[in-house]
Ligand binder design. Structure first.
Ligand SMILES: C[S@@+](CC[C@H](N)C(=O)[O-])C[C@H]1O[C@@H](n2cnc3c(N)ncnc32)[C@H](O)[C@@H]1O
Length: 270
């Protein structure tokens, strides 16, 4: 049977990678619902099983300590959760948010202590100044309003808290770009075809091409209020980690730095 995403394409409806705003949000949500069962397999194949190493590198930038609270936004099937749990230990709090229930359901298996929440990255149901760190893995590219997601991430971070986003990127060096972009395009589309998810994996390739550049992401983070902004390339620039920090508390920024019944996150939606 043809999936709704494939049907849309056949009917001549705009492909997902050309959608914006609410239309993009709905199409992306539907697409991830469809690929949830094969997502982990595809992730391993397409990253040559390297994604766990890259997550470790990203998590090491967060300066997390035992007992800390961390939120993973656009958590998908939850591959960041064991990495974050190792950092905060059994007494720490890990909150995982995604707007796609079938993806979130798989993340249950990755860390039983994590609180799961069905939520949008542009409207995070967490209290302001409530978490020590935020991670996003391969998520922001799919969000229709990245500036709003950055503002929300900044809001929920405690003063001094760290944020990392890891995603695919276009290599900066022209020789690498010349070789790896056609290879990526071919390999990703072929893998998608093999997995019976041709449109979804064409979206992956197209969305990388259309994603904000490194400096545009830095600018968006800066406008949201982040400092200590830097990025680190991996895989010869095919993968990039962006880091930002909410400025440490200064006089007049007296928000609570712990979770109370009044300012705690909501978890009733999933
Ligand atoms: C490529 S997957 C990445 C999953 C996971 N973070 C990882 O590292 O493997 C992108 C995820 O972002 C979620 N997502 C996309 N847009 C979102 C939004 N606006 N709000 C919340 N989740 C979103 C999708 O449902 C999907 O699970």
């Amino acid at each position: 049977m043809q999936s709704p995403v494939e049907t849309n394409k056949m009917n001549g409806v705009q492909p997902i990678w050309e959608t914006h705003g609410e239309e993009k949000r709905a199409a992306v949500q539907q697409m991830f619902s469809e690929i949830a069962p094969v997502y982990d397999l595809a992730n391993s194949v397409m990253s040559f099983r390297q994604h766990r190493k890259w997550r470790d590198v990203a998590a090491s930038m967060l300066k997390l300590e035992s007992g800390d609270t961390v939120a993973d936004i656009c958590c998908g099937t939850g591959d960041f959760l064991p990495v974050l749990r190792r950092k905060v230990g059994p007494t720490g709090t890990v909150v995982a948010l995604d707007f796609c229930a079938p993806m979130l359901a798989i993340s249950r298996e990755k860390d039983s202590l994590t609180s799961l929440c069905l939520a949008d990255a542009c409207q995070i149901p967490l209290a302001s100044n409530s978490v020590n760190a935020v991670t996003v893995g391969w998520g922001l590219r799919n969000v229709p309003d990245i500036d709003q997601a950055h503002r929300e991430i900044f809001r929920v971070l405690k003063p001094g808290g760290h944020f990392v986003s890891i995603d695919c990127a276009e290599p900066n060096r022209s020789a690498v770009h010349f070789i790896s972009v056609p290879f990526r395009s071919f390999f990703v589309r072929l893998s998608g075809k093999f997995l019976g998810m041709k449109t979804a994996y064409t979206y992956l390739d197209e969305s990388i091409r259309r994603f904000k550049s490194r400096s545009e992401l830095c600018e968006s983070m800066k406008i949201a209020g982040f400092t200590e902004i830097f990025y680190r390339d991996l895989m010869m620039g095919n993968i990039c980690i962006h880091h930002g920090q909410k400025p440490p508390r200064v006089h007049g920024n007296e928000a609570p730095d712990f979770l109370t019944p009044e300012n705690t996150f909501t978890n009733e939606s999933f």
